[in-house]
Design a protein. Structure first.
Ligand SMILES: Nc1nc2c(ncn2[C@@H]2O[C@H](COP(=O)(O)OP(=O)(O)OP(=O)(O)O)[C@@H](O)[C@H]2O)c(=O)[nH]1
Ligand SMILES: [Zn+2]
Length: 336
């Protein structure tokens, strides 16, 4: 019997995982007989996952089980039918970043809050760019009205003001993810917390199967006190998705109903076998909630269309400045 151990995934490469096992960094692979079989019951591990593995003193360990997650952000993945794409797991806090100027949008904040509560993590509202904000008192009042008890911090990554308010969350062994639209200052904020240039230190050199070096971006950062930050590209996209199809997060009960309608193109206006109508009849769905769903759905479509137009403009501008360079996109993000 091989020795079994528990580990924590700190990085995901193409086929290998970096795992912390009893304080030691090891490489691991998925055990094929468990993960690559038809009807595999294990979730594929991702950064932040706790796993069980078979220790191999001579080479890569073998991951045999993905342990239960205490929190997760996922998204329905259109490429895998009904499948789900896991974005981040096992975080304690979700910092919802919103800037106090261009990005200030209460509807969106509401959506981020709902998504955060549903993820199992605890949201904390972080209002960024306090150094250049105007009408801060008024805005803070508005945020308080929808925050419903969620802590609110106002910070600047440029002057450092307000940062001490985040200390109670950024504790050793706690994990935080950031949620927010492009340009709110996530990179600047992460750099501030790390106290160094992320782009310079965040790169991993990896040998691919043909011996070429590839560079990927590190996605789990450990602050000096041992507190962890997960920063995956998926978390960045999630911000946009929540605004796009916020429905998937806030109204999962209604989504489940809609999937049960007899006709896949049911408009829920009296068709036979409509699960929405049925639920309203049994009283499991109130008319008020249904109306609210319809209303937000309409707004979210409108908002998504507006944002994709804005994004297109920003992209065009930044491509002109520098052919699609990523860091340039970050900078232009702050201009609108
Ligand atoms: N004045 C001021 N500017 C800031 C602050 N934080 C970020 N910025 C600026 O805002 C712009 C966008 O910041 P980023 O950190 O790149 O934003 P981001 O959220 O990482 O953007 P994406 O990478 O597109 O998701 C940059 O020009 C930053 O210099 C702040 O606290 N105060
Ligand atoms: Zn229906």
């Amino acid at each position: 019997m091989k020795e079994r151990m528990k580990g924590f995934i700190t990085a995901v490469h193409r086929e290998r995982y970096e795992v912390k096992v009893n304080g030691e960094d090891l490489y691991a692979r998925l055990k094929a007989g468990i993960y690559f079989i038809d009807q595999c019951e294990e979730e594929f591990p991702t950064i932040g996952d706790n796993v069980e593995l078979e220790y191999n003193p001579l080479g890569d360990c073998l991951i045999i089980k993905t342990l239960e997650r205490k929190s997760a952000f996922s998204r329905k993945d259109p490429d895998v039918g009904m499948g789900e794409q896991i974005i981040a797991v096992n975080f304690d806090y979700v910092f919802i970043l919103m800037s106090l100027n261009y990005d200030f949008n209460l509807k969106r904040l509401e959506r981020y809050l709902t998504a955060s509560w549903q993820s199992g993590g605890q949201p904390v509202i972080v209002l960024t760019k306090a150094d250049i904000a105007e009408e801060t008192e008024e805005k803070l009042e508005l945020v308080k009205q929808i925050a419903m008890g969620t802590d609110i911090c106002m910070v600047s990554a440029v002057t450092g003001e307000g940062m001490e308010q985040l200390k109670p969350y950024l504790e050793p062994d706690k994990t935080t993810v950031f949620l927010g639209s492009s340009g709110v200052g996530k990179s600047t904020f992460t750099n501030y917390l790390l106290g160094r240039e992320l782009m310079k230190t965040g790169e991993i050199r990896e040998d691919d199967s043909k011996g070429h070096h590839t560079t990927t971006h590190r996605q789990l950062f450990v602050l000096d006190n041992g507190s962890r930050i997960i920063d995956t590209p998926g978390m960045r996209e999630l911000g946009m998705w929540i605004v796009d199809d916020g429905m998937d997060f806030s109204f999962s009960d209604i989504n489940d109903l809609i999937m049960q309608c007899r006709f896949s193109n049911c408009t829920h206006n009296g068709e036979p076998g409509c699960a929405v109508a049925q639920a309203m009849e049994d009283g499991t769905l109130t008319e008020k909630r249904w109306k609210n769903y319809r209303k937000i759905q309409k707004e979210s479509k409108f908002q998504a269309a507006k944002e994709s137009r804005q994004q297109a403009v920003v992209r065009k501008k930044s491509n002109k400045k520098k052919q699609g360079h990523f860091s340039k996109m970050n900078e232009t993000g702050g201009e609108w």
